[in-house]
Write a protein that binds this ligand. Structure first.
Ligand SMILES: [Zn+2]
Ligand SMILES: [Zn+2]
Length: 298
């Protein structure tokens, strides 16, 4: 007997004769009641991005198309409360076991792409270290389908990973592997503190920065922040952008922080915490989630 991964109730696993014949069919990992909370995208959706509830191409896709960018997404579920809860548990608490909840659905959907190469989206070193796994890869592993890591697909193996996960360190360390006047491209996010002018003059190389993704802040209702913080003693921040989002969600109400302790993953994050008028009680020595726990429990 197995338990539902989401609510822990016992799963009703009566095998039918068809199930016995079809041994490869993955078993359900969540009970019907939990699974029904996830809402499938209906037949009525934007044909380009799968936005639910409309018949034609949505405004966003229309804008992208006019800019010459073709949108071609396929989605299975609506991002509703149940899905939000699932992902916060899955991604942020690093619960690898949860990766099998959608195996059956994924298997079904990906069957139609048997002559494609499946390439999961890579996660950052920081996130990988914090979580211990790539959540997209973990989903695919459960389906037992063959897939390729994107870097491996392009035959990319990192020559080095800086000891400290800071762009400043990356820029500094790359000096050991390059010569003067070499061109160095840093692929990063829109909020990265990547100062190419500084690096150019410091290290005599041509650093250039390319923004590959934008960070999106999530503003949480202040009431919900209060509710969540009620039973919290230590607030941990794993990036500057989360500090900023948290700050905006507080809406100027620092009172709620009371004597709660604040923990930061590294110097950049601490700087943001202080800049926004909060104090830092713990700062990780090794800039990973584990490193942060180490200083808290020291
Ligand atoms: Zn359940
Ligand atoms: Zn659309």
């Amino acid at each position: 007997m197995n338990n539902c991964l989401l609510c822990e109730s016992l799963l009703d696993e009566k095998l039918t004769f068809c199930d016995l014949l079809n041994l490869k069919k993955p078993k359900a990992k969540a009970c019907d009641a939990c699974f029904e909370k996830f809402q499938r995208i209906s037949a009525q959706h934007c044909p380009k991005c799968y936005r639910d509830g409309i018949d034609e191409i949505c405004i966003d896709c229309d804008v992208w198309t006019k800019k010459g960018k073709e949108v071609c997404h396929k989605s299975c579920f609506v991002y509703n409360e149940a899905m939000k809860d699932f992902f916060s548990q899955y991604k942020f608490q690093g619960d690898y076991a949860l990766s099998s909840v959608f195996t059956e659905v994924l298997h079904q959907e990906l069957k139609n792409y048997s002559d494609y190469t499946l390439v999961p989206i890579p996660v950052s070193v920081e996130k990988y270290q914090a979580r211990g796994f790539n959540q997209v890869t973990a989903f695919l592993e459960c389906t037992k389908l063959k897939f390729k890591e994107i870097l491996e697909k392009y035959k990319i193996v990192p020559d080095f990973v800086p000891n400290e996960y800071l762009v400043d360190k990356l820029a500094e360390e790359v000096v050991k592997y390059t010569d003067e006047n070499d061109n160095i491209l840093i692929v990063t996010s829109d909020i990265s503190p990547c100062d190419t002018d500084k690096y150019n003059s410091l290290y005599k190389r041509n650093y250039e920065k390319v923004v590959a993704y934008n960070t999106k802040k999530l503003k949480v209702d202040r009431k919900k922040v209060h509710e969540t913080l009620k039973d919290v003693d230590i607030i941990t921040f794993l990036s500057s952008s989360t500090v900023e989002a948290f700050y905006e969600s507080l809406d100027g109400d620092f009172f709620i922080l009371g004597d709660k302790k604040i923990a930061s993953i590294g110097p950049m994050t601490s700087e943001t915490i202080r800049r926004l008028g909060m104090k830092v009680d713990y700062e990780a020595e090794k800039y990973t989630a584990d490193g942060l726990l180490d200083v808290i429990f020291k």
